[in-house]
Design a protein around this ligand. Sequence first.
Ligand SMILES: NC(=O)c1ccc[n+]([C@@H]2O[C@H](COP(=O)([O-])OP(=O)(O)OC[C@H]3O[C@@H](n4cnc5c(N)ncnc54)[C@H](OP(=O)(O)O)[C@@H]3O)[C@@H](O)[C@H]2O)c1
Length: 191
Amino acid sequence: MNSRILLTGKTGQVGAELLALLPSFGEVAAFDRHELDLSNPEQIRRAIRDVQPTIIVNAAAYTSVDQAEREEKQAYIINVEAPALMAEEAKKIGAALVHYSTDYVFDGSKNLPYEETDHPSPINVYGKTKLAGEEAIRAVGVPHLIFRTSWVYGTRGAELLAYGPTARDRAAGIEDRVRPTRGADLEPGNR
Ligand SMILES: NC(=O)c1ccc[n+]([C@@H]2O[C@H](COP(=O)([O-])OP(=O)(O)OC[C@H]3O[C@@H](n4cnc5c(N)ncnc54)[C@H](OP(=O)(O)O)[C@@H]3O)[C@@H](O)[C@H]2O)c1
């Protein structure tokens, strides 16, 4: 119960659930985009140095899959450079990093559920940046957990419960192949 937890993305689907759940694991300093902009490396360094967390939980990300095709640089900054810097800063102070990734690191061609050991081969900018973010964290060598989750749903945001499968999902034949994840189940203490 002596953990100091720095949470990013507190306004997101996953982040909002974590904001409600993490206080039972320690003292939480939670940030939204205005308080900590992940495209600003100095803000990342300052937040980590100010909070001195024992655990950083990065629930923020560039999550707009379609828009990422047009904003590759921005997606790269948020999904790769920011978590890499968090990992480096975490390592310096002996903190651990919890990070969220995605099934988009795979190309979707496997007809069985994916396993951790399956070879990732993302087919779009979002998936490529999320995979590169994972690799950057691993390369730093900080203690970390990376959750590859899929199609998070909850009472916030615009996923699944609000929209359901899109016409594109149906065309791709994926609507009956996904396994949605309840946002609240993505809290690091959940096993
Ligand atoms: N949703 C899914 O189905 C799904 C599936 C697989 C993996 N994931 C992964 O799960 C994690 C959480 O996703 P989510 O569904 O909670 O996403 P989300 O609802 O889109 O939330 C993303 C969060 O990131 C913040 N953010 C975006 N750009 C930022 C920036 N430049 N600086 C600081 N914060 C910024 C957003 O702030 P604003 O509110 O200000 O925009 C928001 O709080 C992500 O790593 C995502 O890749 C999600």
